[in-house]
Design a protein around this ligand. Structure first.
Ligand code: FES
Length: 468
């Protein structure tokens, strides 16, 4: 059951006000349980609008977002008890997803009295009656939802700034030595090792900047270089590079290597098609305090790499079955804690301020290696789950669903936050979801290339204390 200790309703409610609650229910258990409640003449509040789906496994977070966006005051998701699913495992997968929705909704400051999950079997007409009564009481207590996509009148909330990322500046001679070894290795790979493209960095853009380089001829390897301004996570190019014949070698920092591990795990690329050149990265330079990068990284090259390049030369990598996780303490965790301690309406105001600043440029999506769908949900119009307009509801839904899709998948490179022109704290959303995956399911994205990400798996005894 959800934490019921939420703040007072934002607006006083009219005396005759009754909540609207959207109940998304599975066909085989809860719908039949509700039917049983009706046929046995059990009465319960007429607050629930029921939407029947085949299984809890079919329940998308988009249903929840759409319901709130269209004016629901509360949402209830309900299906078969674990072990009773008509499709055997649908509810076990769904339970993990509900965990992620709930954590994110709570983190963005939605009143927890508005979102509920229950297991109600076909025989439990009485339980359906009591769940509806309890959910209706909670939503009634929360009052009308009037601020979806809006701040609730609170003044903008400031959070304490984190200190600058701990970064050891890379000496010019060290960067030059790494660049030299990279160029030699790239030329050898292109000439002798069957690699058809080396994805690396070259000087370009503004003075001193490094931009992605796509090198296909040994003689062009001389273009490549390394500096502390190699920001881009080059793994972003891999999922779309199936048309490249032959192997692709890619220069990876530790965070980038975790993204590659994620792509391998999700079978978007094959291990035999990529050669990973790990660089021992001391943290990239950010000339703007708000360009959030490299807080949590310990700087070692990832164990998954085939080669490791340092100023001392090139070493064959261990080619381990996953990328090592950053271990440094992340001072942004204090910001997350600060936000979580804020009263729920203030937390909502903070995130609505953030989302309202989003210009829907989708830069966050463009730089993210995990955002590889050919057709993004934001571009689908039939049905249109995410409003395309740049407004409060559309921006809230987009930013929520982007963060949800990163659950158990975000490698923590923080490129989305770095490139965001509106400086949205996408890193905090990603990190909060990652913390949930770690605490609940002991899972760290990018650490392994086998198995399944946490929302594509389950354990029979996954925690479910929030479910009625
Ligand atoms: Fe009811 Fe799967 S059929 S939860």
């Amino acid at each position: 059951m959800l934490n019921q200790s939420a703040a007072a309703p934002i607006e006083s409610k009219p005396a005759d006000w009754k909540p609207t609650i959207v109940a998304v229910v599975c066909n085989w258990c809860t719908y039949a349980g509700a039917d049983r409640a009706g046929t046995t003449r059990l009465t319960y509040p007429a607050s629930v609008r029921m939407m029947r789906v085949p299984c809890t496994g079919r329940m998308s977070p988009l249903f929840v977002l759409r319901a709130f966006e269209q004016g629901a005051d509360g949402v209830l998701l309900s299906g078969c008890h674990p072990g009773d699913c008509h499709y055997v495992q649908g509810n076990l997968f769904a339970r993990r997803r509900f965990t992620a929705y709930r954590a994110l909704l709570d983190f963005i400051g939605l009143d927890p009295r508005r979102f509920h999950v229950s297991w109600v079997s076909a025989a439990e007409g009485g339980k359906w009656q009591s769940v509806v009564k309890e959910v209706t009481a909670a939503v009634t207590d929360a009052g009308p939802l009037t601020d979806w996509g809006k701040t609730n009148g609170h003044a903008p909330v400031e959070i304490p700034a984190p200190p600058a990322p701990p970064r050891k500046p890379v000496a010019a001679d060290e960067a030059a030595a790494i660049s030299k070894h990279l160029r030699e290795l790239a030329a050898t790979l292109l000439q002798d090792k069957g690699v058809s493209m080396v994805l690396g960095y070259r000087p370009g853009g503004l003075p001193g900047q490094m931009v992605p380089a796509f090198v296909t001829r040994p003689e062009d390897a001389a273009l490549l270089g390394w500096s502390e301004r190699c920001h881009t996570n080059l793994a972003v190019y891999l999922a779309g590079a199936q048309h490249v014949t032959g192997k692709i070698a890619v220069v990876v920092k530790q965070c980038d290597a975790r993204s590659v591990a994620g792509l391998l795990q999700e079978t978007k690329i094959k291990r035999e098609d990529v050669t990973l050149i790990g660089v021992s990265c001391a943290g990239v330079e950010v000339n703007d305090q708000l360009a959030l990068k490299c807080y949590a990284c310990d700087g070692d090259a990832a164990a998954i790499c085939d080669y490791t390049v340092t100023a001392d030369g090139v070493k064959p990598g261990a080619a381990a079955s996953g990328a090592k996780r950053a271990v440094a303490a992340d001072p942004r965790d204090a910001q997350i804690e600060y936000l979580e301690k804020l009263p729920q309406p203030e937390r909502w105001a903070f995130w609505q301020e953030q989302f309202n600043a989003c210009i829907r440029c989708y830069g966050c999506r463009a730089v993210c290696p995990s955002c590889y769908c050919d057709s993004c949900i934001t571009e689908k119009s039939q049905p249109q789950w995410i409003p395309a307009s740049i407004d409060g509801p559309g921006n809230t839904s987009w930013n929520f669903i982007r963060a949800y899709h990163q659950a158990g998948r975000c490698a923590g490179c923080d490129e989305c936050a770095r490139v965001c022109p509106s400086r949205l704290r996408l890193d905090l959303l990603n990190r909060r979801v990652a913390m949930e995956m770690e605490q609940r399911f002991h899972y760290h994205a990018g650490e392994r290339i086998d198995g399944a990400p946490p929302l594509a798996a389950f354990q029979p005894d996954d925690p479910q204390e929030f479910i009625y």
